[in-house]
Design a protein around this ligand. Structure first.
Ligand code: KE4
Length: 423
C-alpha cells in the first residue's frame, strides 16, 4: 500500500473523500494526484497521465485553464466569502439563463446533491404531493430520497440504497427502468394525483453513458403533463457536455426544473437548481419552501463559473473540435476492440462516453449490468500502466476536454489496442 494511502486511511474511510476515488470496483489502489494541467494529471511520484476523469466532468476546458485560474486568483484577493449577495452571482445567472432558456429563475448551491435534493423538496412543495419517480441505475447525489434502489418488479417502490435511509423515506420514491415509458405510465396510473415529479438524467451518465431512445424524453414530458407532475432534468453531468447548454436544448424537451453542477462551477463547489419562475417563487424568502447555504453563490466558485462559461461561449469552434475529438476516440476504441474480436458497446453523448464490455446494446441499467466488469477492470489497469487515467468503474463516463489533443487521442487508441490484445 502506498504511504499516501496508508496515511489517508487513518483519517478517511477508504482513505478518500468520495467512494469512487478508492478504485474499489477495479481492484487496485488509487493514485494520489498532486497537480493537473490541460489534459494531464500528475501523481505524487511525478507520473503524468492523459486524464479522462476530468474531476468527474467539470474540467471541460482542461485543468488549470489560465483564464479560470486568473479569475479565481484575482477574486480571492478581495476575500473568499461574504455571506451576502454579490453582483457576480447575477452575472453568472444571466449566462446560465442564456445557455438554458428553460431556467427562468434559479438558486445556487454547493453540490449537485444539494441541487437535486432541493429540487425534489421544491417539487413536493409546489404540487403538495409526496411521491417522486426516478430511474433504476440513475444517480442524483446522495440525498435520502434519491439514494434508493429498485425493489422487485418493473415499476416499484424503492428500497433504501444503503443503511441509514428509513423505509418511510425510500418508500416515497418510485423506481422505473430508463427508456421505458410504459413503466412510468403504470406508476402514474397506480399513484393517481400523488406524484410530485419525475427526476431523470436526460442522458444517463451514472450507469455508464446511456442515451434516451427516440421519443422517450418527449414521452416523459407528455406523461408528466397528463398527470400534473413536474419533470426535472438532472443535467449536473450533461450540462455543457454536448453543446453550450443542455439536453433540453438539443432534444427541445422542456423540463419544469433543471439541476446543474460540475462544468457550471468550473471545478469549484457550485451547483444550481432552477426552472419556471412560477415554481421557483415557492423558494424562501419569496415562498414557503426552505433552502439555504452558507457558501451558496460563493465569490470564488462564481468567478470560476463565469470564466468557464465565458471561455466556452467565446470560441465558436470549441464544441465542433471537442465533439470531433470525442467521436474520434469513440470510433478508435470501438475499432481497436472489434479488431481483436472483443464485444464492446461505446455509448457517447457529446464529450462524455462509456465503453461497455457487453455483447448487446446498452439501453438501461439492466443491460448495463450485463457488462463484463472484470474485463473492464483488466482494461482499466492496462490503460493505467500506459499512463491513461480512466474513470475507475464500468458504470462511469470518460470525459474529453477541449485540452485533449489529437496526439492524446491517438496515444489513447494505441494504448487500448495493446491492452485489448492482451485481454
Ligand atoms: P455532487 O453532489 O457529487 O456534486 O453531484 C451529485 C450528482 C448529481 N447528479 C448527477 C447526474 C451526477 O452525476 C452527480 C455526481 N456524479 C458523480 C460521478 N458519477 C460524482 C463523483 C463522485 O461521486 O465522487
Amino acid at each position: 500500500m502506498s504511504k499516501e494511502l496508508e496515511q489517508a486511511k487513518k483519517y478517511f474511510p477508504g482513505g478518500v473523500n468520495s467512494p469512487v476515488r478508492a478504485f474499489k470496483s477495479v481492484g487496485c489502489e488509487p493514485i494520489f494526484i498532486k497537480s493537473a494541467y490541460g489534459s494531464k494529471v500528475i501523481d505524487v511520484d511525478d507520473n503524468e497521465y492523459i486524464d479522462y476523469v476530468g474531476t468527474w466532468g467539470p474540467a471541460i476546458l482542461g485543468h488549470a485553464e489560465s483564464s479560470v485560474i486568473e479569475a479565481v486568483r484575482r477574486t480571492a484577493l478581495d476575500g473568499l466569502s461574504f455571506g451576502a449577495p454579490t453582483v457576480a452571482e447575477t452575472e453568472l445567472a444571466e449566462l446560465i439563463c442564456e445557455a438554458f432558456p428553460v431556467i427562468e429563475k434559479m438558486r445556487f448551491v454547493s453540490s449537485g446533491t444539494e441541487a437535486t435534493m432541493s429540487a425534489i423538496r421544491l417539487a413536493r412543495g409546489f404540487t403538495n404531493r409526496p411521491y417522486i419517480i426516478k430511474c433504476d441505475g440513475a444517480y442524483h447525489g446522495h440525498g435520502d430520497s434519491l439514494l434508493v434502489s429498485a425493489g422487485s418488479g418493473v415499476a416499484t417502490f424503492a428500497i433504501p440504497g444503503c443503511p441509514g435511509i428509513p423505509d418511510s423515506i425510500a418508500s416515497n420514491t418510485l423506481v422505473v427502468p430508463f427508456n421505458n415509458l410504459e413503466a412510468v405510465n403504470e406508476v402514474f396510473e397506480t399513484h393517481k394525483n400523488k406524484i410530485a415529479a419525475m427526476i431523470v438524467e436526460p442522458v444517463c451518465g451514472n450507469m455508464g453513458v446511456v442515451n434516451p431512445i427516440e421519443g422517450y424524453l418527449q414521452g416523459l414530458r407528455n406523461l408528466c403533463d397528463a398527470n400534473g407532475a413536474l419533470l426535472i432534468f438532472d443535467e449536473v453531468m450533461t450540462g455543457f457536455r454536448g453543446c453550450y447548454g443542455g439536453v433540453s436544448k438539443i432534444s427541445n424537451v422542456k423540463p419544469d426544473l433543471t439541476t446543474l453542477g460540475k462544468v457550471v462551477g468550473g471545478g469549484m463547489p457550485l451547483a444550481v437548481y432552477g426552472g419556471r419562475s412560477e415554481i421557483m417563487s415557492m423558494i424562501s424568502p419569496d415562498g414557503p419552501v426552505y433552502q439555504a447555504g452558507t457558501l451558496s453563490g460563493n465569490p470564488i466558485a462564481v468567478a470560476a463559473g463565469i470564466a468557464t462559461l465565458k471561455k466556452l461561449k467565446a470560441n465558436p469552434t470549441f464544441y465542433m473540435k471537442l465533439l470531433d475529438n470525442s467521436q474520434k476516440l469513440q470510433q478508435g476504441l470501438t475499432k481497436a476492440a472489434n479488431d481483436v474480436n472483443l464485444n464492446v458497446v461505446c455509448n457517447r453523448y457529446g464529450a462524455m462516453m462509456t465503453i461497455f464490455f457487453n455483447k448487446e446494446p446498452v439501453t438501461d441499467y439492466e443491460t448495463a449490468k450485463k457488462s463484463d466488469t472484470a474485463l473492464f477492470a483488466r482494461w482499466f489497469k492496462g490503460m493505467l500502466e500506459r499512463k491513461i487515467y480512466l474513470a475507475p468503474s464500468q458504470f462511469e463516463a470518460i470525459f474529453i476536454s477541449g485540452a485533449h489533443t489529437e496526439t492524446d487521442i491517438n496515444r489513447t487508441i494505441t494504448a487500448a489496442k495493446e491492452v485489448f490484445a492482451m485481454l
